[in-house]
Design a protein around this ligand. Structure first.
Ligand code: SF4
Ligand code: SF4
Length: 188
């Protein structure tokens, strides 16, 4: 190999060595930095941002009437066909849902139903703890959807919580605003 070729080979070798040294420094840095583990569900719980798409809820208007006009647009646009709406006409001639069910086991939480609704009647909230061993339990009806928590404008942090297994398994917290837990994580 020529002299110039040797020099190029040496420089390439140094470049790779520098990369290797950088990678090792990063690895050892993580090995000796404080590990960060969210203590969910025993001691800590994540409060999602308001933009999070969690469990659906149905809304009421100022008079306490369900806002849904049973137009079925949400059911039509749903890519998983997991919404079923059966309309009826109330005594005032208003169209309302006699049946409104969402099979959350099939739902993608894409939010298309919320976007399509012309009556601002359905939205995806911040609740994410609704797993079940039974598929039928994941089919949520109209009255349960009306009782589901709406969007809180707080969120985006971690709060102190505790696991309550006395009845249902619940992760309970009384705090509304979380602290920025991510700042504990080493970034570089
Ligand atoms: S969030 Fe998406 S998948 Fe789920 S019910 Fe709405 S439209 Fe269907
Ligand atoms: S939730 Fe909205 S889109 Fe779905 S049936 Fe009711 S009014 Fe129509």
């Amino acid at each position: 190999m020529s002299h110039a070729g040797n020099r190029v080979g040496t420089w390439i070798g140094w470049v790779f060595f520098a990369d290797l040294a950088n990678a090792l420094a990063l690895t050892f840095g993580y090995m000796f930095s404080k590990s960060v583990t969210m203590q969910y569900p025993d001691k800590e719980k994540w409060l999602p941002y308001a933009r999070y798409r969690g469990h659906h809820f149905l809304k009421r208007d100022d008079q306490g009437e369900i806002k849904c006009v049973a137009c079925e647009l949400c059911a039509r646009i749903c890519p998983c066909y997991c919404i079923e709406v059966v309309p009826y006409e109330d005594e005032k001639g208003n169209r309302r849902p006699a049946k409104f069910e969402i099979d959350t086991a099939r739902c993608l939480f894409c939010g298309l139903c919320e976007d399509a609704c012309p009556a601002d009647a359905i939205a995806l909230g911040q609740q994410y703890e609704f797993s079940s061993f039974s598929s039928p339990d994941l089919v949520i009806g109209r009255d349960d959807l009306l009782a589901k928590p709406g969007k809180a404008m707080t969120g985006g942090g971690v709060v102190a919580a505790h696991l309550n297994t006395d009845g249902d398994v619940l992760v309970e917290t009384s705090e509304l605003q979380g602290y920025n837990w991510w700042r504990n994580i080493r970034r570089t």
